[in-house]
Design a protein around this ligand. Structure first.
Ligand code: NAG
Ligand code: NAG
Ligand code: NAG
Ligand code: NAG
Ligand code: NAG
Ligand code: NAG
Ligand code: NAG
Length: 435
C-alpha cells in the first residue's frame, strides 16, 4: 500500500500546507478543502502528477483503490456528501481520474443505508447525468439499480392482502415518477410484473393494480403493460373482467381525456369492446338493433318520437357528447347529425299503464335539450339507461307498440331488463363519415 500512503501523504501535505487544517481530525476536510476553488486545483494537480507516475509503474488500478479509500473516508456513510464529491469531479484534470471518482463514489454510496431508497439513487443518477463524461456502463448500472429497487418497493402492495393498506414510500416514488419520462415507469413495471406474477395469481395482480394510487397516465401505462403480459393471455374470464373493470375505472375519471396523452388513450380504447370503443373514438355513431341489421334509431318521419326503422343514411347518425355525472361516472348524450342540436331525450314518465302485459312508456323524443344516458355493456351489445333516475332502459322492436310505418322505441322499467334483453340491447356502428 505504498501508493496509498503516498496518496494520503500527498493529499495531507497538500491540504494542510495550503490551508493549515488538521487532516487527521475532520473527515469532511477533503470536501471542505475541495469546496474552495484554489486549493482544488492544487490538489488535483498533485493527483494528476501522482497518477501519471503511478501509471508508468503499475498497470492495475492503484488510483481507484486509493481514491476509494479517500472517498470512503469523506463520504463516511453520508449520502449527501456524495454530492460534494461529485461536484469536485468536474475539476479533475484527466478523464480517467474523473471516471475513477464516479465509480468509487457509487461503490461507496452503496454502503450507505440510503441505497434502499430508489429516489436517492435517482437523484444521484440525475446528478451524474449532468456530467457528460460518466462511463455509459456505470450510468446503465446505476439506472438498473434504481429500476430494481423501485420495482422491489412497488411489490409491497401486490403482496398485501389488504385492499386498503397504504404505502407512503410507494406513493412518494410514484409521485416523483410523474416528473420523469414514462420510460422509467415502463422499465420498473417490467421488473415488477416479472416478480409479482411469479408469486401471485394474475387475478390478484390485476385487482391490486386496480387499487394502486397513481396518476391517470401512470395507471393507463401500468394496465396496458399488464394486459400485454403472457401470463394474462390465458383467457381466464375472471381476469379479463377485472382488467375491463380497471380500464372502465380509468375512463370514468373526469381527467382521463384531458390528462392522458392521445396515443396512450388510443391504446386504452383498443382494449374495450367494439361498442364501447366507438363511444370514445367515433365522431358520430349509428345505433341499431343488435340482431337486426336494418333497424336503426332515428327521428320518426311524422312525430317527434324516436323510431327504429330501416337505416336512413341522412338521419341515422348521432354525434356523441361525453360527460360525467356528479358522482363522476361517465354518461353520454346523442344529438342528431341531421337535425343538429336535437337530442335523443327521455321525458320523465308520468302515470303510465303499469300492468303486466304493457309496462312500457313511449316517452323517447327528439328534443333540443340535452339528455344524458348511462351506458351498460352486456349481452354482446349495449344498453341505455336514463342517467337522471337510472330507472328506465331504452327498448324497441315489439310491433305491438308500433304505429303503422313508425316503429317507435320506448322505455321499460329497469326491473324488466333481464326479461327483455333482446328488446333492450343495441349495437353501435361508426357513422363518422355519414352525412
Ligand atoms: C462549500 O462552499 C459553500 C459556499 O462557499 C458552503 O455553503 C458549503 O457549506 C461548503 N461546503 C463544505 C463541505 O465546506
Ligand atoms: C437488477 O435485477 C436484475 C434481475 O433481478 C439483475 O440481473 C441485475 O443484476 C440487477 N441490477 C442491479 C444493478 O441491481
Ligand atoms: C379496491 O378495489 C376494489 C375493487 O375495485 C374496490 O371495491 C375497493 O373500494 C378499492 N379499495 C380502495 C381503498 O380503493
Ligand atoms: C348528484 O345529482 C343528483 C341528481 O342529479 C342529486 O340527487 C345528488 O344529491 C347529487 N349528489 C351530489 C353528491 O351532489
Ligand atoms: C294494460 O295496459 C294496456 C295498454 O295500456 C291496456 O289495454 C290493458 O287493458 C291493461 N290491462 C290491465 C289488466 O290493466
Ligand atoms: C331487435 O329485433 C328483434 C327482432 O325483430 C326484436 O325482437 C327486438 O325487440 C329488437 N330490439 C331492439 C332493441 O330494437
Ligand atoms: C469530524 C470530526 O471528527 N471532528 C472532530 C475534530 O476534532 C474535534 C476536537 O477534537 C472534535 O470535537 C470533532 O468532533
Amino acid at each position: 500500500m505504498a501508493n496509498s500512503s503516498a496518496w494520503l501523504l500527498l493529499v495531507g501535505v497538500g491540504l494542510t500546507g495550503a490551508l493549515g487544517l488538521n487532516f487527521q481530525n475532520s473527515s469532511s476536510k477533503l470536501l471542505t478543502v475541495l469546496n474552495t476553488s484554489a486549493p482544488v486545483q492544487e490538489v488535483l494537480y498533485h493527483i494528476d502528477v501522482w497518477k501519471n507516475e503511478a501509471a508508468t509503474v503499475a498497470q492495475d488500478y492503484p488510483v481507484s483503490s486509493n481514491l476509494e479509500s479517500v472517498i470512503r473516508s469523506e463520504v463516511g456513510g453520508d449520502w449527501e456528501r456524495g454530492r460534494l464529491v461529485l461536484q469536485i469531479a468536474n475539476q479533475a484534470r484527466t478523464l480517467e481520474l474523473k471516471q475513477a471518482i464516479y465509480t468509487a463514489l457509487w461503490k461507496e454510496l452503496q454502503q450507505t443505508k440510503q441505497i434502499y431508497d430508489p429516489l436517492k439513487i435517482l437523484e444521484f443518477y440525475d446528478q451524474l447525468a449532468v456530467h457528460t463524461d460518466v462511463p455509459i456502463q456505470l450510468m446503465e448500472h446505476i439506472y438498473r439499480a434504481f429500476i430494481n429497487r423501485s420495482a422491489q418497493l412497488l411489490e409491497a402492495p401486490f403482496h398485501t392482502a389488504s385492499r386498503v393498506a397504504t404505502f407512503p414510500l410507494v406513493n412518494s416514488l410514484v409521485i416523483r415518477l410523474t416528473f420523469s419520462t414514462l420510460d422509467y415507469l415502463r422499465d420498473i413495471l417490467e421488473v415488477l410484473y416479472d416478480a409479482v406474477l411469479a408469486l401471485e395469481t394474475p387475478l390478484s395482480v390485476v385487482q391490486r393494480l386496480g387499487n394502486l394510487t397513481a396518476s391517470l397516465t401512470q395507471l393507463a401505462q401500468a394496465n396496458l403493460q399488464l394486459i400485454s403480459r403472457e401470463e394474462l393471455k390465458r383467457g381466464d374470464p375472471e381476469v379479463q373482467q377485472a382488467l375491463q373493470s380497471n380500464i372502465r375505472n380509468l375512463l370514468s375519471q373526469p381527467g382521463f381525456e384531458k390528462e392522458v396523452a392521445q396515443s396512450l388513450q388510443s391504446e386504452i380504447y383498443a382494449h374495450l369492446s367494439k361498442d364501447e370503443q366507438l363511444l370514445y373514438t367515433a365522431r358520430k355513431v349509428c345505433i341499431r338493433n343488435v340482431t337486426q341489421e336494418n333497424s336503426y334509431i332515428y327521428e320518426c318521419p311524422q312525430t317527434y318520437l324516436i323510431c327504429s326503422n330501416a337505416r336512413d343514411p341522412k338521419k341515422a347518425a348521432y354525434f356523441i357528447q361525453r360527460g360525467h355525472s356528479n358522482d363522476s361516472r361517465p354518461q353520454f348524450a346523442f344529438y342528431s347529425a341531421f337535425w343538429r342540436s336535437r337530442y335523443i331525450l327521455m321525458e320523465p314518465a308520468t302515470a303510465t299503464s303499469n300492468n303486466a302485459t304493457h309496462s312500457i312508456t313511449k316517452n323517447v323524443y327528439s328534443r333540443p335539450t340535452i339528455n344524458w344516458w348511462r351506458v351498460l355493456y352486456e349481452n354482446g351489445g349495449i344498453s341505455f339507461y336514463d342517467a337522471a333516475t337510472e330507472n328506465s332502459v331504452l327498448c324497441g322492436g315489439d310491433p305491438v307498440h308500433w304505429d303503422g310505418e313508425e316503429h317507435h322505441v320506448y322505455t321499460r322499467h329497469v326491473s324488466e331488463f333481464s326479461a327483455h334483453r333482446a328488446e333492450c340491447t343495441w349495437s353501435l356502428e361508426d357513422c363518422s363519415d355519414a352525412a
